[in-house]
Design a protein around this ligand. Structure first.
Ligand SMILES: Nc1nc2c(c(=O)[nH]1)N[C@H]1C(S)=C(S)[C@@H](COP(=O)(O)O)O[C@H]1N2
Ligand SMILES: [Mo]
Length: 202
């Protein structure tokens, strides 16, 4: 794939000013590929966190803020739809093809650090779609705004291992069972030789 087509490898710092669609709902993709629709209502029902004094630092075109962003933590959202804890990477991707990759220990890690949130409010008011609703806020990122993803469209919990197709699955099974298959084959051959010898009146 051309690296410039990969939303997780942003090649430009120029922010997109226009929302890609009017709808703030997004999809959460679980490791097995199934998807859950996450609505604003789902987010309102979760405990909200407010992050004060957030700045959007835009390289080359100024800094805006301070803003207070509110919404549930990213970890809360993921956990409310997916109970397992053995994932280690998630990808947050916007409708305009912008995104960031997050490691689990960034969410679990440091209890003292401000958590990442999925913001639906700014300065105590409902955030407009134009302002980025729903927007990922990453407080630890202070030098650039490449992780402050506006218009979240998809959150993907990356499977630990890419699922194999049937061909590779069969090869994989054969590889795992090859020793046992070999032992069984040798045993059968020896038994048939023994049988032959027996019946030939040996
Ligand atoms: N979906 C999306 N999010 C994005 C961007 C973008 O182009 N699309 N640009 C990033 C960059 S480079 C900057 S500087 C900030 C700009 O945020 P603002 O439009 O709220 O000032 O959004 C960040 N998040
Ligand atoms: Mo930027």
């Amino acid at each position: 794939m051309n690296p410039y087509d990969d939303p997780l490898q942003p090649h430009s710092h120029d922010p997109n000013p226009e929302p890609p669609s009017p709808f703030p709902d997004f999809r959460l993709q679980l490791p097995d590929g199934t998807e859950k629709l996450v609505t604003l209502d789902n987010l309102y029902r979760l405990p909200a966190k407010t992050l004060n004094d957030c700045y959007i630092v835009s390289t080359g075109h100024g800094t805006t803020g301070p803003f207070a962003f509110s919404g549930p933590t990213l970890l809360t959202v993921v956990q409310s739809f997916f109970r397992q804890v053995d994932w280690h990477t998630i990808e947050v991707i916007s409708g305009d093809g912008f995104g960031t990759r997050i490691q689990a220990d960034e969410l679990w890690g440091n209890a003292a650090a401000e958590p990442m949130i999925l913001a639906y409010a700014i300065d105590g008011k409902q955030m407009s779609r134009h302002e980025g609703l729903v927007r990922l806020i990453v407080p630890s990122e202070t030098d650039d705004a490449l992780r402050q993803v506006k218009w979240v469209e998809r959150i993907r919990i990356v499977p630990k291992q890419q699922p194999l197709g049937w061909y590779n699955r069969t090869l994989d099974l054969l590889r795992r069972w090859s020793f046992i298959l070999l032992v069984v084959a040798i045993t059968i051959s020896l038994l048939s030789l023994l049988g032959l010898w027996w019946f030939s009146g040996g």
